[in-house]
Design a protein. Structure first.
Length: 216
DNA sequence: ACCCAGGGTCATA
DNA sequence: TATGACCATGGG
């Protein structure tokens, strides 16, 4: 018996839940704005904030970069942490415009683009990787709390390991396939809400047979 | 009433 | 390097 592979887990999640078609968002820029707004925040609140931006013609890098921080904070209020996120969005948009916008950035090699994104105050590893995968379509695996918890419960890794160590692990064990990475991360998040939260007994969990934590 | 959500920064030791 | 405080709304 070959040991359970990451790809096998992906297949099980896909079979159970179907394709998730992440990231919700009409444009790469909207995806990037959403990535900042969703930091430690439920997606439903982010949708309200983005709807406010759209309603005010403010889902636009120039508008966000130039408008008063107070006004931006008011628009994004439903997403929580509105003062700090207003600053983060402005930091990001100013950097984004300085570099020439999406058409210029899309030509950057992945590693340089990643370092550039991380240089923006308010963009950390997970936010940068969301942007790289879902806006720039680079084969970067996003690590989040759900990923740590799921694979830790499955006994497939140590959830206490650092972000870069875990990201490297996933990227080495899987083929560098953008569509695979997009779906895998989306399925992990969906799974965390749909089934893995139903404790005890992990009722209905499609991974229960492989999960040592099932039945606690 | 409590818990958490598709994190990140900064001060402190 | 490694904790802890802080940010703040909205749904379960």
């Amino acid at each position: 018996m070959p040991r359970k592979t990451l790809h096998a887990i992906f297949e099980q999640l896909l079979a159970a839940y179907g394709p998730q078609h992440w990231w919700p968002g009409e444009t790469p820029f909207e995806v990037m704005v959403g990535a900042v707004l969703t930091q430690n925040t439920a997606w439903g609140n982010v949708e309200k904030a983005i709807a406010n931006l759209v309603a005010n013609g403010a889902l636009d890098a120039e508008v966000i970069a130039a408008c008063p921080a107070r006004r931006l904070a008011e628009w994004i209020r439903p997403s929580g942490y509105f003062n700090i996120k207003a600053r983060r969005l402005q930091n990001f948009c100013r950097w984004y415009l300085e570099q020439g916008g999406f058409e210029a950035l899309r030509k950057w090699p992945t590693q340089e683009l990643r370092h550039g994104l991380l240089s923006v105050n308010g963009v950390g590893p997970e936010t940068a990787d969301d942007m790289l995968l879902y806006a720039f379509e680079r084969p970067v695996f996003v690590i989040d709390a759900y990923t740590r918890r799921l694979f830790s419960r499955l006994g497939m890794l140590d959830g206490e390991l650092g972000y870069e160590t875990l990201r490297r692990h996933f990227e080495e064990e899987l083929p560098a396939d953008v569509e695979l990475f997009k779906e895998f991360h989306a399925l992990i998040v969906y799974h965390a809400k749909a089934a893995c939260r139903k404790r005890p007994l992990c009722v209905g969990c499609p991974l229960a047979a492989a999960c040592p934590a099932a039945g606690d």
